[in-house]
Design a protein around this ligand. Sequence first.
Ligand code: SF4
Length: 273
Amino acid sequence: MFDVPVSLSPSRVEAFTSCPMAFRFASIEKLPEPPGIHMTRGSLVHRALELFFMSPAADRTAARLHTALEAALVEYHTDPEFTGLALGPDEITEFERECHELIGNYLRMEDPTAVREIGLELHLSAQVDTLTLRGIIDRLELDSDGELVVTDYKTGRAPSEHYEQKSLAGVHFYSFLCERVFGRRPRAIRLMYLRSGETITATPSEQSVKFITTRTQAVWKAVERACQTGDFRPRPGPLCSGCAFQEWCPAFGGDPERAAVEATARYALLAPA
Ligand code: SF4
């Protein structure tokens, strides 16, 4: 009924497990979505940190980071991910203030002059059977012993203890990719929550790698089944309030078959390329 995807990323795995119906709209039908302010703020801060880490270690000062953020803001000025938000002057001021606050928090979390990065926004992929697993690592670095460390910046809230393991699943996925691509398992994976200033660190193990491979393969089988049967169930939950496809969701009385035409007509011009 639908073409089966040939690749999966950690965010797609999470998207399918959170709501198969939303996954169908976004990842199978690839319908456009309007940009969201949290997403845009996150991308912009990631870009600022990427620009910042292109500077030599000794030059990584607070002033340099705020300059990197200004450069990222200029880049985003004409980007549909930003223009599509249609923010007014006061909202733009608030948006920029929040971006500066997040990178200010970052500077209290680690000493950037001590970071030995070897990759920024690193695109990795590896084959598992017929499936290609893909991921983008925010920062890959070496620790003082020359071991690999994966760092992922987060601009949303830190998870409660209950959800901590779930949020680490994505970085375990990156660790798995590193092992496949570089032949070395990272010593640590870190999630840096720039809003709260917390860092969650995990140590990848044989068990975590096995868990990721088994879970990803199970999700892929479920995606494959859903594509063949057309049965993508809605899973109402906290994500519904921000879901761009609610109007076409059967859980809210909508008709998913109308989404392709109607969402494309409504969102095409607003969505990022
Ligand atoms: S509205 Fe909720 S249940 Fe429906 S597709 Fe969106 S996230 Fe899923």
